[in-house]
Design a protein. Structure first.
Length: 280
């Protein structure tokens, strides 16, 4: 659905335009934050025996409505206020989005993330995966965690080394530096482009809203594990010893590996974004 953006007299729209991709990255990435497979290689379970055939049913696509933002009365034009440029076509939107993203963050990691092409289409696909708890790292490659995965043993028990949590600090710091209010405003401003990107995957606007909100809810539903996490080792890979943790979605497992404090920071951002989207 193509709609002309509403004109306002505020010169904040050009600045706000840069926050779109960051918004979905938080929603979404929120939270992959590293260029690696869905699991750290050490935590991928490799079955030793044939797995019984199962029938996979098509997932139910959630539907929701994110309320439209109420536009303030336009201010009288002045010589110092410039009219924001119109939205480009989806096929030509990369430079438009990328330039404005770099206006809101000069962090090197963030600049690397937005160098890819088809930013909005990748964002839509990534958000779709996140809504199902799946991390599509090949769709939107982000920063890999620093250092190597580490464990320690005590009396025959294997534990996740808390030093692993610092491996994600650089990415988490970048994500949590992004303003959620501005992201929500930009979602409304560039909604026609996002609707086009989602419609190419067969989703209507209500389904797009549902996918975005469900991705946020998956993040918020991740448990905070403050105590040391016990692991088991099957051949050359590690799994969570607690069946409740091992049964979590891939996105939630990835959040656990960032540590309780980093998980809380990401959840605070996700909650702030949800509130801003639903209360424009």
């Amino acid at each position: 659905m193509n709609r002309e953006p509403k004109k306002t007299g505020s010169n904040n729209l050009v600045f706000i335009a840069g926050t779109l991709i960051a918004a979905i990255i938080i929603v979404a990435v929120l939270f992959k934050a590293q260029n690696q497979p869905e699991y750290d290689p050490e935590l991928i379970a490799i079955p030793d025996e044939p797995v019984a055939e199962v029938v996979i049913q098509a997932p139910v696509v959630p539907e929701a409505v994110i309320p439209e933002a109420v536009e303030p009365e336009p201010e009288p034009p002045t010589s110092s206020v410039s009219t924001p440029p119109p939205l480009p076509k989806l096929d030509n939107s990369d430079d438009f989005i990328r330039e404005r993203l770099l206006l809101i963050s000069n962090k090197p990691e963030f600049a690397k993330w937005v160098k890819t092409d088809d930013l909005l289409r990748r964002t839509a696909s990534y958000a779709d995966g996140l809504s199902n708890g799946v991390l599509l790292s090949k769709i939107f490659p982000l920063s890999a965690p620093e250092g190597k995965f580490a464990t320690h043993s005590s009396d025959g028990t294997i534990w996740l080394n808390a030093g692993n949590y610092e491996r994600y600090d650089r990415t988490i710091n970048t994500l949590t530096s992004l303003p959620m209010d501005s992201m929500a405003k930009m979602f409304h401003f560039t909604r026609p482009l996002l609707e086009n990107a989602f419609s190419e995957m067969g989703y209507n606007p209500r389904q797009m809203d549902g996918i975005i909100l469900q991705a946020i809810d998956v993040i918020l539903a991740t448990p905070i594990v403050a105590e040391p996490i016990r692991l088991t080792r099957d051949s050359v890979v590690y799994k969570f010893a607690d069946p409740a943790l091992e049964s979590l979605l891939p996105l939630q497992k990835q959040l656990l590996r960032t540590g309780p404090e980093n998980t809380k920071r990401i959840q605070q951002q996700a909650k702030a974004l949800r509130e801003a989207l639903l209360n424009p």
